[in-house]
Design a protein around this ligand. Structure first.
Ligand code: PYC
Length: 318
């Protein structure tokens, strides 16, 4: 197997990296993005591994394959992936994609529909360079479920969809601060394993593969809450996690604690902040709108030397 050079543009969104593949990616054929994401995973996993794994990538890297859209009136389609698998949606990645498209001169200030494997989202590029993403409809599926976590006892949380499946824990486990990254990672990983062992899943048996732990904000004048999010490949989100913020808004709304017109300020582990507000849907779900900032910070061309044993990355072993 040998591939043409791959061209990528780098950005970070409130600390979390996004690497957009703008040329050299595989031909995934036509059809809905959900089908093309399955084809990417089944037949072309080298792309994900090349972009996200070492030696070019690292555990926190999120890749984004720019595609032709399937749904009408979209500026593009995108399939996100990380060090282990494709992602349903990714808001920090969509914010990164929007500033990348602006950098390439493909979009300007205004609203742009983007096709993803889990539905169409709308990215609004603002005059000040920030981006607001209207996410896919989000909802809480299970409230107040408990799991027994070795060393931590009974841990209570909610299961919610925000474009990925989340388990949300408030005020339990290690304190949510940067100094506790190792403890938080070990705690969240145990929670994820216990959820799977106890058969607690999202819709259609989908694994709850994002664990979100909440604590008080560092500065209540700047944020309402601070989170730690453990992603499927055991990397923590450096940003406040937009799909995790969407899941949080769905839980707050379901509990009657958040209404349209209010603003939620979600800080991440680095104390950068995403702002969130919601629109109510007649069926009880919400459309979260999450905004933040991203910066383009690099551009690369990847070459595939047949004599390089790691030209397609070093697989992540969890
Ligand atoms: O911002 O939605 C997000 C996200 C998901 C995984 C990493 N970031």
């Amino acid at each position: 197997m040998n591939h043409a050079a791959l061209h990528v543009i780098e950005s970070h969104t409130e600390g979390e990296p996004t690497r957009v593949v703008i040329s050299g990616g595989p031909d995934l054929g036509a059809g809905p993005l959900s089908e093309r994401a399955l084809r990417l995973q089944r037949d072309h996993d080298w792309l994900r591994s090349t972009v996200c794994n070492e030696p070019r990538g690292h555990e926190a890297m999120v890749g984004a394959l720019l595609c032709e859209p399937y749904e009408p009136d979209c500026v593009c389609g995108v399939i996100f992936f990380n060090n282990v698998s494709p992602l349903g949606m990714c808001i920090h990645g969509t914010i990164g994609l929007a500033v990348t498209l602006a950098h390439l001169g493909k979009i300007s200030v205004g609203s742009h529909r983007i096709d993803t494997p889990v539905g169409v989202v709308t990215a609004t590029l603002r005059e000040d360079g920030s981006v607001e993403v209207a996410n896919v409809p989000s909802y809480r599926t299970i409230a107040d479920v408990t799991v027994n976590v070795p060393g931590h006892g009974t841990v209570r949380g909610h299961v919610a969809w925000g474009g990925n499946w989340f388990f949300l824990i408030d005020g339990q486990g290690p304190a949510v601060c940067h100094a506790n990254l190792e403890e938080l990672t070990a705690f969240a990983w145990s929670v994820r394993k216990e959820l799977a062992a106890q058969g607690i899943t999202g819709d259609q048996g989908m694994e709850v593969d994002h664990i979100e732990v909440f604590g008080p904000p560092t500065d209540p004048a700047l944020a309402d809450s601070r989170n730690f999010v453990l992603c499927p490949g055991k990397a923590y989100d450096r940003s406040p996690c937009g799909t995790g913020t969407s899941a949080k808004l769905a839980c707050l709304h379901a509990a009657g604690k958040f209404k349209p017109g209010q603003t939620w300020r979600q800080a991440g582990i680095l104390d950068t902040v995403f702002l969130g507000n919601i629109e109510e849907l007649p069926d009880g779900r919400i459309v979260p709108r999450v905004s933040g900032r991203a910066w383009v910070n690099g551009e690369s061309t990847y070459h595939f030397d047949p004599s390089d044993p790691f030209r397609y990355g070093i697989p992540t072993i969890l």
